[in-house]
Design a protein around this ligand. Structure first.
Ligand code: CMP
Length: 144
């Protein structure tokens, strides 16, 4: 169930999410407008490898487990995000992601994702940096 709360209390919550650090008040209001807040129970599957992906998830609270193609698992926590790969290239989900604990996440749809990158350019660099780290991680695992 998405929360319904005022934009100002959502902006206050967004200020504490590291991904959004450095955004202006106006940019945070755009994030608040474009992202839905969702409570997720432990064990819920949020992305399935091979499926078409329609959303980016930003973790506000809790932990997620990413099960990679090579069977390795990676833990993601508050301030981290997942689901960007499918939104960027339109390809299938590269990993399966489950809630490892009860979580609060922000869900940003495909259209809203691209709008957000236009509205809040600092996010472009942060997402690119993480994408590059994930690529290196995959390369290292492949060559290890
Ligand atoms: P996507 O492919 O859309 O769906 C699965 C997500 O898992 C993927 O986007 C990334 O957000 C995330 N993911 C993939 N590889 C890694 C990795 N090496 N470390 C952390 N997260 C990853």
């Amino acid at each position: 169930m998405p929360f319904l709360r005022s934009t100002s209390s959502k902006v206050t919550m967004l200020r504490n999410v590291p991904l959004f650090k450095g955004l202006s008040q106006r940019q945070l209001e755009q994030v608040a407008r474009l992202a839905d807040e969702l409570e997720v129970p432990a064990g819920k599957r949020l992305a399935t490898i091979g499926d078409t992906g329609h959303e980016l998830f930003v973790i506000v609270n809790g932990q997620a487990t990413v099960k990679l193609k090579d069977s390795r698992t990676v833990r993601l926590g508050p301030g981290e995000f997942f689901g960007e790969m499918s939104l960027i290239d339109g390809g299938p989900r590269s990993a399966t992601v489950d809630a490892a604990s009860p979580m609060k996440v922000l869900v940003i749809g495909h259209r809203e994702f691209w709008e957000l990158l236009n509205e809040a350019p600092p996010l472009v660099g942060k997402i690119m940096r993480t994408l590059s780290q994930r690529l290196r991680d995959a390369e290292e695992a492949h060559t290890a």
